[in-house]
Design a protein around this ligand. Structure first.
Ligand SMILES: Cc1cc2nc3c(=O)[nH]c(=O)nc-3n(C[C@H](O)[C@H](O)[C@H](O)COP(=O)(O)OP(=O)(O)OC[C@H]3O[C@@H](n4cnc5c(N)ncnc54)[C@H](O)[C@@H]3O)c2cc1C
Length: 378
């Protein structure tokens, strides 16, 4: 992978923040399910929150390849913080692509450089993969809209300054959905439940209840009725981030496995001398390279302004499967130690699983890839 000087600088910056600001604390944050709010101030000051924000709105406009590199470096130390960064960046891109000039001027400088975090609210209790089936409504009310309903598992819901949230403004199906930029702390919006999770515990996941929450017409993101398509477009970009997050977990598994396999001894040898162990490490390293290359390919297409959604699905599908598989193998290499909280492997193992679920499950990625080849067969 040939990287530009800017991409290398961003990767080094993210690696330094991960090493200095995250590594010493991540085990405690994970144990306590703590959201490291200050970390995002540090990332903001360093310019990492504005990678997908154009320079004219205060970001670096460094693009998707740089975004993937930054997310991977953060995920290598903490997958939870990486998903916060990934979702935030995905919403920045959505506002840039779909927003009015007024929305861009209002939100992008804050999200890029003034310490504001963005989140995403599409899923409901009865609409996850089948996202076109959401029920929360936005009804015209004077010169604005009235929002009602409940959004489930909103990333950064308690800490975000703005959420991209989808509501039904029209009839059933995808064409009846509109996207809004909503203040999750505004009147009529409340945190209904904070979700405790198997992994990515340093990310915030909560349900938001909307009860007669009024938003002005200017909160509508894109055209009325275009929200489902806007969300799908945003998620395609987000999947590059989740592929990078999975690659970061995989890289952490590889680093830990190499170290352990060269130190641990059994039967008078270091365990890495056994092919049963070294082959696991060889497969891990090969899949890591493949995951990175697929993410980079999707990012390069996105940065070139070409169609990238299928490439992003392939990258996410491959990288998340590899992360889940190799986190288990890395734990196996560590034997009993891997199962304890003395080593971070158990956390990688817990964190890896979610990459196969959010922003479209692995099955949904395969639906997208299959349809790109076969069309919609009856
Ligand atoms: C930690 C966490 C964070 C999240 N963050 C966000 C967020 O920020 N914003 C947000 O809006 N949502 C978020 N989500 C929701 C997430 O995107 C959904 O959980 C995911 O899309 C799957 O939806 P579901 O859980 O309803 O599963 P379902 O859609 O009910 O799927 C259940 C099973 O059926 C399979 N399935 C469904 N349809 C098909 C099909 N057509 N073909 C084959 N298999 C199928 C699925 O692959 C899965 O295995 C988050 C979830 C979690 C756990």
């Amino acid at each position: 992978m040939q990287l530009t000087a800017e991409q290398k600088t961003i990767r080094a910056l993210a690696a330094e923040i991960a090493r200095k600001e995250i590594a010493p604390h991540v085990a405690t944050w994970d144990r306590e399910h703590a959201f490291p709010r200050k970390l995002f101030t540090t990332m903001n000051d360093a310019g990492l929150m504005g990678i997908l924000v154009p320079e004219r709105y205060g970001g670096s406009g460094a693009g998707y390849a740089a975004y993937a590199l930054a997310v991977e470096e953060i995920a290598r130390v903490d997958a939870g913080s990486a998903v916060t960064l990934s979702v935030h960046s995905m919403i920045c891109a959505a506002i840039d692509q779909l927003g009015s000039e007024e929305q861009k001027q209002r939100w992008l400088p804050r999200l890029a450089a003034q310490d504001a975090i963005a989140g995403f609210a599409l899923t409901e209790s009865d609409a996850g993969s089948d996202a076109a089936n959401i029920r929360a409504t936005a009804v015209r009310d004077g010169d604005g809209y009235r929002l009602d309903g409940r959004k489930q598992w909103c990333t950064s819901g308690r800490f975000a300054a703005v959420m991209m949230a989808m509501f039904r403004t029209g009839g059933p199906g995808a064409k009846g959905v509109s996207a809004f930029l909503v203040d999750p702390h505004g009147e009529g919006v409340r945190v209904e439940r904070v979700t405790e999770k198997l992994g990515v515990r340093t990310s915030d996941t909560c349900d938001l209840a909307f009860e007669r929450a009024r938003v002005p017409r200017s909160a509508l993101l894109g055209e009325d009725g275009s929200g489902f398509f806007g969300a799908m477009r945003a998620l395609a970009g987000g999947r590059i981030g989740i592929a990078a997050q999975a690659a970061g977990i995989l890289a952490a598994c590889l680093d830990a496995s190499v170290t352990f396999a060269t130190e641990r001894r059994a039967f008078g040898k270091t365990i890495g001398a056994f092919e049963g162990v070294s082959f696991k490490i060889a497969r891990m390293a090969t899949d890591l390279d493949a995951a990175r290359l697929l993410a980079h390919e999707a990012a390069a297409l996105a940065d070139a302004g070409e169609a990238f959604a299928v490439a992003a699905s392939k990258a996410k599908f491959f990288a998340s499967t590899a992360a889940r598989t190799h986190a288990s193998e890395a734990l196996q290499i560590h034997g009993g130690y891997g199962y304890t909280t003395e080593f971070p492997i158990e956390r990688y193992y817990r964190d890896a699983k979610i990459t196969e679920i959010y922003e479209g499950t692995s099955e949904i990625q395969q639906v997208i890839i299959g349809r790109s080849l076969l069309g919609r067969l009856e």
